[in-house]
Structures are given as structure tokens and as C-alpha cells.
Design a protein around this ligand. Structure first.
Ligand code: 2HG
Ligand code: ZN
Length: 479
């Protein structure tokens, strides 16, 4: 059952305005505009109203009213979705729900290593608050200055510390969720052990707002590491990177927090387009890794451990050259080389993005096969396959051939996507490792997901949201 009417009754809109009160909504076109286009500018939707509730109670009332009227609700956090997961559709029959007024840290308990926070809180604010209390909230990603806790939970975000701390799901102790009928699920507890039946809260993590609205969460904190060691190393091949990962982990254990792959093609783009970015080496190499270890030993001790593994790996032919950051400025400079890749690739011109994962030991074969396939399909296009090698997750992105026609290149998107995702399926990998499904990959989920899993997903959706009002048209094609 798709969500209801294409337009919203004026009386229903008035009732929504009344319940939200002054300051509780936006309804002027200029104010609404920023909520209508997704981060990648793939979609441009419409809505008569952006709701800005101030409490869980108000969210529940709003959802009840929308359920009565069968109005679609599109939750939106920092609007940084890569898959159009938070953009209303074009009909104008859906309201956008932003929890940006619900951004409080309700309680931070350093001794229990937990924090209870509202969904509209920006990630960087939470990171700072944790650090202020000598604790770490380890989720870390490029959009941390604007993405919100609700969005991170709804997409089960990844980022650059997954290797050590896991994805967002693994950081959750409890959740508060408004269900599609307006009931409030209160599992906002900070227990580390709780085996009481089905773990219902898990359903809402990664559901992209299609099963309910996450309003608050209780999250794990960790001891704040005191030491860092960061290296940027030049390698002969992706295979060497996978072998190095294994060595670094067995030598340094859980202190390895980040292991990111930067292919030569990505470093080229960064050095060309990002101000202040410089290649740490004299010669260009096939690929690079950014490795970071964090822990409780002082910096020099961690650095010498990392240096020793890199030296040993160099002896085995896995590393051609490496630099260890000797200051926080140098550390930031290394991070910038990695974190600026998406921006540099955008500045280079048209690109096609794929967010894939396969078992990490199979990545080198995947890259080789994928590169040959793409060269055959779009000769001259540049593969920039970078990212979270430590998690087996690469952004398998393709840039327009130098001097090529961007429109003609982008017109090949469907064909290229099919080839890449078919290859991923052959490797039993994932066609969406960390960016979710949103609207962009609904067809891909229907095509590649195990039919039994898909049927269970549809059963869950029908049972929780029989009217299909929660983020309609996202994740599943039809409930
Ligand atoms: C990253 O790892 C992000 O930098 C963005 O997930 C990936 O732009 C992309 O394709
Ligand atoms: Zn990523």
C-alpha cells in the first residue's frame, strides 16, 4: 500500500501547524528550499511543510495526525545522504520532518561510558562533549560537522574508525523511536547486557526512517586515547595493502583504528584540486595507505611500533616508502589527503559512484577485474577506487575521461552500475556497504537481495507501517 494522497488537505496542514506551534515549522518556499534537494543533487522534491518538533511528544502527535490523514513523513537529518534517502518525492504530498530543535545531550555518564542524546544533535557536538569528559565517541566521517545522530543511526553510518569500533549499530545501547502509529518505543536504556526477547531496537538502525522516527539514543563511549601514530605509506599494489593490513593488525592489535586506501589516481586529483595538499613523496606510486593507531601509550611508543611493522613490511616488498607524522599538523595533512578525495573528484568533473564491499582478501582481484571491465565499457574513464580497505569497503568511483563529454559519460551510469554490481554479486559482496539504499538503490535492493530476506523486510514494513507513511518510496519499492 503506497502512502496516501498526492496532496495534503489544507485543514490537515493547519492542524499540523497548530500542533507544532510558532517556530515549530517552515512553510515559506525560500525556507523550505534547502530541504528539497539531496546532497548529490540527484533529486528535487516538493513539500508544503517542514516540521520542526521540539519534543518526542510532539513527534508522536505529528505522526498520529499524519497516520490519520495518510500523509507521508520524510525524516531528514543533516541532509548528507548519498542515495536521496531524506528527500521528499515530487508530488508535494509528504511532509519533511527535521529534528534539529531536538539536539540536546540529555545525559553524559562518564563512569558508565554512555551518553543519551537527541536525534537532532550534530555529530561534532557529541564528539566534543565526550572529549570534554575525557571520553571518546568514536564515529568519525567527512560530514561530521553537519550530520546528525538520527541520520547516522537511520543509515547505520560507517566512516573511518569502523575497523576498531564498528559501525553505528555497534555503538548503540538504547533507542527511543516513534512508531508509524504514534506509539513511543522506549528502549532508552544504557544496559550492556539485556537478552529479553527480540532486540526490537535493531530494526530501526539502518532502516532509513521507513519504520519509524528515531528521536533519541543511548550510545557507547570509550576511554579517550592519549597517543596517536599516523603513517602515510606508498605501496606497490592493492594486494600489498591487504597483506600490510594483516601484518599491522597482528602486530598492533586493536590499536589499529584506521586503514584507508588512497590509489595513485586519487592522490593526483587531491594534489590538483585541493589547496595546500602535497604529495609526501618524490615519486608517484600505484597506491598509498593511511594507517592510524591510537592507544594509551605515549605517541613515541605507538609510533615506534608502527614504524617497526612498516620497516618489516618494506623488507618483504610490501612497502616502498613511508612517512610517520611527527606533529599534529603533519597528521592533519595526511588525513586531508584522504578526506579530500570526494571533493577533489567532484572538482575534476562528472563521476559515477559505487559503494561496494567484498571480503578484504578478495579486494585486489575485485579491483583488477573491475578495472578491466570498466576500461572495456568506458575506455579512458579513470577508476578512483579508494576508502575503507580495513573494512573491505571501497568507493569504486569512475571519473569522466579527460576531455570527455560529461553528459554522455553520465548517460552510461545505469550500464556501468549494472556491470559493477553484477561483479559485486559474483564476489558475494554488497552493492551498498555504508551509504544505504535511499531512493537511488531501491531497484538494486530488489534485484540483488536474497528473496527470502526481501520478503522478511516487506513483512516487517507491512506490520509496522501498514499505510506506508514512513519515508515512502525509500528502501523498498512496494511494502
Ligand atoms: C568517504 O568515504 C565517503 O569519503 C564518500 O563515504 C564516498 O564520495 C564518495 O564516494
Ligand atoms: Zn566512505
Amino acid at each position: 500500500m503506497p502512502a496516501g494522497p498526492a496532496t495534503i488537505r489544507p485543514e490537515a496542514l493547519d492542524a499540523l501547524r497548530d500542533l507544532l506551534g510558532p517556530g515549530g515549522y517552515l512553510d515559506q518556499p525560500a525556507d523550505i528550499e534547502p530541504f528539497l534537494t539531496d546532497f548529490r543533487r540527484l533529486y528535487h522534491g516538493a513539500t508544503p511543510l517542514v516540521a520542526l518538533p521540539a519534543s518526542t511528544g510532539q513527534v508522536a502527535e505529528l505522526v498520529r495526525l499524519c497516520a490519520q490523514e495518510r500523509i507521508g513523513i520524510v525524516p531528514q537529518g543533516g541532509n548528507t545522504s548519498y542515495c536521496g534517502g531524506a528527500t521528499p518525492r515530487e508530488s508535494g504530498g509528504e511532509v519533511v520532518l527535521s529534528l534539529r530543535r531536538m539536539n540536546r545531550i540529555r545525559a553524559l555518564d562518564p563512569s558508565n561510558y554512555s551518553v543519551t542524546v537527541e536525534a537532532g544533535c550534530v555529530l561534532a557536538t557529541l564528539q566534543d562533549a565526550a572529549e570534554h569528559s575525557e571520553r571518546l565517541f568514536p564515529m568519525s566521517l567527512g560530514s561530521e560537522g553537519s550530520c546528525t545522530i538520527g541520520g547516522l543511526l537511520s543509515t547505520n553510518a560507517g566512516g573511518t574508525a569502523v575497523l576498531r569500533y564498528g559501525m553505528m549499530r555497534e555503538l548503540v545501547l538504547g533507542l527511543e523511536v516513534v512508531l508509524p502509529d504514534g506509539r513511543v518505543l522506549d528502549q532508552l536504556r544504557s544496559l550492556r547486557k539485556d537478552n529479553t526477547g527480540y532486540d526490537v531496537k535493531q530494526l530501526f538502525i539502518g532502516a532509513e526512517g521507513t519504520l519509524g522516527v528515531i528521536t533519541a539514543a543511548c550510545l557507547k563511549l570509550f576511554p579517550l586515547p592519549r597517543g596517536h601514530a599516523t603513517a602515510f605509506a606508498a605501496l606497490p599494489s592493492a594486494q600489498a595493502a591487504v597483506d600490510l593490513l594483516s601484518r599491522v593488525r597482528s602486530a598492533l592489535g586493536d590499536s589499529v583504528t584506521t586503514f584507508e586506501l588512497v590509489p595513485g589516481a586519487a592522490l593526483d586529483l587531491v594534489c590538483r584540486h585541493i589547496e595546500g595538499a602535497t604529495d609526501p613523496f618524490d615519486a608517484r606510486h600505484p597506491c598509498y595507505v593511511l594507517v592510524e593507531a591510537t592507544g594509551f601509550a605515549p605517541d613515541p611508543e605507538l609510533s615506534s611500533g608502527l614504524e617497526a611493522v612498516l620497516a618489516e613490511a618494506a623488507g618483504a616488498g610490501l612497502v616502498r616508502d613511508a612517512v610517520l607524522a611527527s606533529s599534529s599538523r603533519q597528521r592533519e595533512a595526511f588525513w586531508k589527503l584522504r578526506e579530500s578525495i570526494p571533493e577533489a573528484q567532484t572538482r575534476e568533473g562528472a563521476s559515477l559512484k559505487h559503494d561496494i564491499s567484498v571480503a578484504s582478501q578478495r579486494l585486489p582481484d575485485f579491483i583488477e577485474e573491475g578495472a578491466a571491465l570498466l576500461e572495456h565499457l568506458v575506455p579512458g574513464a579513470r577508476l578512483v577506487a579508494y576508502g575503507h580497505l580495513g573494512d573491505g569497503n571501497l568507493h569504486f568511483n569512475l571519473s569522466v575521461p579527460p576531455g570527455g563529454d560529461p553528459q554522455a559519460f553520465l548517460a552510461r551510469a545505469g550500464e556501468v552500475r549494472r556491470a559493477v554490481h553484477d561483479l559485486v554479486a559474483r564476489y558475494r559482496g554488497s552493492f551498498s556497504a555504508e551509504h544505504g539504499i535511499g531512493r537511488y538503490k531501491v531497484g538494486e535492493l530488489a534485484r540483488y537481495e536474497d528473496p527470502v530476506a526481501l520478503a522478511v523486510m516487506r513483512d516487517i514494513k507491512r506490520s509496522l507501517d501498514p499505510q506506508g507513511i514512513m519515508n515512502p518510496g525509500k528502501v523498498l519499492d512496494a511494502p
